[in-house]
Design a protein around this ligand. Structure first.
Ligand code: CA
Ligand code: CA
Length: 660
């Protein structure tokens, strides 16, 4: 592998590129970088459990990531966001049991430290995913809070015997409306399953805390996510014609360690008669002909309720009155855990679900959340600044529209830009590029008005969304252009594990399953991919040897090579790396007929450099005559790009960046 050529030699090499025949093709070798050469602020979202397995147990781990740092370096990334690394019940880790420890499935603290050191040596920062809204039900704070009403951890959670009125006594829920589905009875004992005839509508996927695994004997089964029926009951309505087998999972993912089934395997369920379930029990069968409601009821042994906006297995934390949250014991415990990881060498945090910390799932309190986040950031940054000369990085998941995200920039330096992908997928699927630059500039202006240093963390899909490839109809030309547009736009982009390889999949909101958008990387052979933590929910048509990293690295027409070309351009062209977007005088939101398919803008770098960015998102070739632009030096291109004098002809789904 060669070292990245420096920008000046690149320009010299490209200076004669005015003739289409001499436009350089992207080098099929894999780029590599010196740390200081990664100027494009490109981050990579990585799922520890499904990225790379180093020890053959099928579960991704810290050593696996360390072994693949060359791959991440080739993608030009200067930071990785790790999925939650703490001990947890679920495979995804968002139900943390201990913030000061690491999940032993992923390795030891020494392994983690070695990963940090190796990443830093390659100029790659490491961000931990922090879940501040809730812990897992398995956190000792929670057991202690329930067991000892006068103990020190009782107030770490929102616990009430009369939640429908008692919720008002919690400062965190000021201005909040009671939502019974967010409150759960503390409970123990065995759940019961009941099947009853019904005329209700069949329920779809999506919902609450239980999964039903249903199958006809001898045929492939399906997972049904049950809906919350209140009072610790969950249900699904389905048509059953003949014999059907059932098993149950207590959590909305397949590997949370809570399978329930018949106390005596192969038992038959009688209509209307509750069957007591056993943990890790056996298959159950029901024979019917018609429509049925399949209900699960948990045994309730306590009159105490707790708030868990994301479900009964994730109790919300109680940080108390936000005006003095910096003195709150839970806040201080959480902050102390971050101090530990900063001491070990992490460079930043990705914060989960921050709009739900104060308030509930549907009626959140922005002002209190912003105050909380400002104090949280300042607390973490104070620790970080003791040993660093720059500020701590923190990016929040504020899953809202631009105008609602903008105020959060008064608290934290970066937020994910969900509207970016909403606009971009529309642009690509509607073949309408003329409004794109105006929209993105508008978002940028809204953020910068709040904080001139606001960092819009742009992205395509993430681990909670249907894959970009699926949204784009698995159309390779559009998938490549999505990458090109992400990497030529202002902001600090994130690449989500597998997007660079064209992975597809629908999430649970879209009739699929979350595991199917969190597919393991196939490095060489599918057989060695880190599939072990996904409970068998793997798309066998995707996890194949053919779509491997090794094969895509060899194929210069692959999506991965488009990522290589554009990440390299972003890292080496200052106008792309840190540029500010501005509208093109001809191809902009006013040019909605002739220029409808063209997304054009300038990127102006802090060093005075400037680049013209052109994307034809249409399905036919388009010739653009650009009398006032410089078309002599092309930085990077996608698809068919031909320059003749002052005219550039862009093929369908073709893109080019010209230095000005
Ligand atoms: Ca492993
Ligand atoms: Ca909350």
């Amino acid at each position: 592998m060669r070292r990245l050529f420096c920008l000046f030699s690149a320009l010299a090499l490209l200076a004669c590129a005015c003739d289409p025949e001499t436009i350089p093709q992207h080098d099929t070798e894999i780029p590599s970088y010196k740390p200081a050469d990664k100027k494009g602020h490109i981050s990579y979202q990585l799922l520890i459990y499904s990225f790379a397995d180093s020890d053959g147990d099928g579960i991704g781990d810290f050593n696996g990531i360390k072994q693949r740092l060359d791959y991440l370096d080739g993608l030009g990334v200067s930071a990785i966001w790790l999925s939650p690394a703490h001990p947890a019940d679920s495979y995804h880790g968002y139900d943390v049991q201990n913030y000061t420890a690491l999940n032993p499935k992923y390795g030891t603290e020494d392994d983690f430290k070695a990963l940090l050191d190796a990443a830093h040596a390659k100029g790659i920062k490491v961000y931990m995913d922090y879940v501040l809204n809730h812990t897992g039900k398995g956190h000792p704070w929670f057991s202690s809070a329930l067991a000892e009403p006068s103990g020190q951890y009782r107030n770490y959670y929102l616990i009430s015997e009369t939640p429908s009125s008692g919720y008002k006594s919690f400062p965190m829920l000021a201005g909040y409306s009671y939502n019974g589905q967010e409150w759960h009875a503390a409970q123990s004992g065995a759940p019961k399953l009941t099947i009853s005839s019904t005329s209700e509508a069949v329920t779809g996927s999506g919902g609450a805390s239980w999964n039903l695994w249903a199958w006809e004997p001898g045929r492939e089964g399906k997972v049904v996510t049950m809906k919350d029926g209140g009072n610790n009951s969950y249900y699904a309505v389905m048509d059953i014609n003949g014999k059907m087998g059932f098993l149950v999972r207590k959590y909305p993912n397949w590997d949370a360690g809570s399978k329930f089934g018949a106390q005596v395997p192969e038992s038959s369920i009688t209509e209307g008669v509750p069957m007591t379930l056993a943990a890790d029990g056996g298959d159950m069968y029901f024979t019917g002909n018609g429509r049925y409601r399949v209900s699960i009821t948990d045994a309730v042994t306590s009159s105490v309720y707790y708030m868990g906006a994301f479900g009964s297995w994730m109790p919300d934390l109680n940080y108390g009155d936000v005006s003095k949250v910096e003195e709150n014991a839970c806040f201080l415990d959480m902050a102390a855990s971050v101090d530990k990881w900063i001491g070990l060498g992490i460079d930043g945090l990705r914060l989960d679900a921050v709009k739900h910390i104060y308030g509930g799932m549907n009626s959140f309190n922005n002002a209190a959340n912003r105050t909380f986040l400002k104090k949280w950031y300042d607390r973490c940054n104070a620790t970080y600044r003791k040993t660093h000369s720059e500020d701590f990085y923190m990016v929040g998941e504020v899953w809202l529209g631009t105008n609602e995200v903008a105020p959060y920039y008064s608290s934290i330096p970066a937020c994910f830009e969900f509207d970016f992908w909403e606009r971009l997928k529309w642009v690509l699927n509607q073949q309408t590029g003329c409004y794109f630059a105006k929209d993105i500039i508008g978002y940028r202006d809204a953020y910068k008005a709040v904080n001139p240093k606001a960092i819009a963390a742009t992205k395509l899909a993430n681990h909670d969304e249907t894959r970009a490839a699926t949204i784009l109809g698995r159309d390779m030309a559009r998938m490549k252009q999505a990458a090109a547009m992400l990497l030529t736009t202002e902001g600090e982009p994130y690449i989500y594990q597998g997007e660079e390889l064209g992975y597809w999949g629908k999430d649970s909101d879209d009739g699929g399953a979350d595991e199917l958008v969190r597919t393991p990387i196939v490095w060489d052979k599918a057989a060695t991919a880190a599939t072990g933590d996904l409970g068998g929910r793997i798309d066998g048509t995707l996890v194949t040897d053919d779509i491997s990293v090794a094969n895509q690295q060899k194929d210069e027409q692959s999506l991965l090579h488009t990522y290589y070309a554009f990440t390299q351009a972003r890292n080496t062209c200052p106008a792309l790396a840190n540029g500010q977007m501005s509208r093109h005088p001809v191809y902009n939101d006013s040019n909605t007929t002739d220029g409808k398919a063209i997304a054009a803008w300038y990127m102006s770098g802090s060093d005075g450099s400037k680049a013209l960015v052109l994307h034809n998102v249409g399905t036919s070739e388009k010739a653009l005559t650009l009398d006032d632009d410089n078309l002599n030096t092309i930085v990077v291109k996608l698809g068919s790009v031909n320059v003749s004098g002052k005219t550039v002809t862009l093929g369908a789904n073709s893109s080019a960046v010209f230095l000005q």
